[in-house]
Design a protein. Structure first.
Length: 236
């Protein structure tokens, strides 16, 4: 068995183990070690990779689910550790006859509600708070960085897409995942730079990466860091 790296059109790579076998069809499955491909002896590597590319979304979804399952599920309880801009903050739950507005003092996020044991409500309120912070933070970053590229400020929407942190479209709109607000600022900076660069170049050519680098000289490290962090950011 040997290890290969499949290069995706968006610049990402997927590692896989390849085993040649006397068989007629290509088989793939996700193991705890990642993607395993069984291929007939006859198929060439480029034919095989063509096939894998057509299944890239399926593979990515499976790999991400695997990473998430490896992590303990989040416990919505008083004192639980949340992340905000790369910092650990503490969830503080308290019983109150009425639903109180969420408060944040820089270290703790205070929720007061009639039933703090109701995980779904707690989760919804925390997500609402994150979305509000995300909107303010991402808007400001987009304003600053688009000005640096000398372009008008694009419209931004929050997204909840499962496998991507950011995207943009031909109307010049940018979508950023609200869960990104948990990541350290330099990671958010990279994702914003990446999407703004797409408004200059709608591909992942060297020209595109040159625009990214202009805004984010350390983009390569940030990209790796985000990849490593992804499963954790999806926990909450
Ligand atoms: Zn991209």
């Amino acid at each position: 068995m040997s290890t290969y790296a499949l290069a995706l059109p968006d610049g990402d790579t997927i590692q896989y183990q390849l085993e040649r076998r006397p068989r007629k069809t290509v088989g793939m499955h996700i193991s705890p070690q990642g993607l395993i491909v069984h291929a007939p002896n006859r198929i060439t590597l480029s034919q095989l990779e063509q096939l894998l590319l057509s299944k890239a979304n399926w593979i990515r979804n499976k790999l991400q689910a695997l990473q998430e399952n490896a992590l303990a599920p989040f416990q919505w309880q008083d004192g639980a550790a949340l992340r905000y801009l790369g910092q650990d903050i503490q969830l503080s739950l308290r019983v109150d006859a009425r639903n109180r507005a969420v408060e944040f003092d820089g270290a703790r996020l205070y929720l007061a509600l009639p039933n703090p044991d109701d995980d779904a409500t707690v989760q919804r309120k925390v997500a609402q708070w994150y979305r509000k912070q995300a909107l303010a933070d991402f808007t400001r970053r987009i304003e600053l960085l688009s000005a640096r590229l000398g372009m008008p400020t694009p419209q931004m929407f929050l997204s909840n897409a499962r496998t991507r942190w950011g995207s943009c479209n031909s109307r010049g709109e940018i979508r950023l995942h609200w869960r990104l607000i948990q990541a350290p600022p330099h990671i958010i900076h990279y994702v914003v730079a990446h999407e703004l660069a797409h408004l200059k170049e709608m591909n992942h050519s060297p020209k595109f990466w040159a625009w990214v680098e202009k805004l984010c000289p350390d983009y390569s490290a940030a990209r790796q860091e985000l990849k490593a962090l992804s499963a954790q950011l999806h926990l909450v």
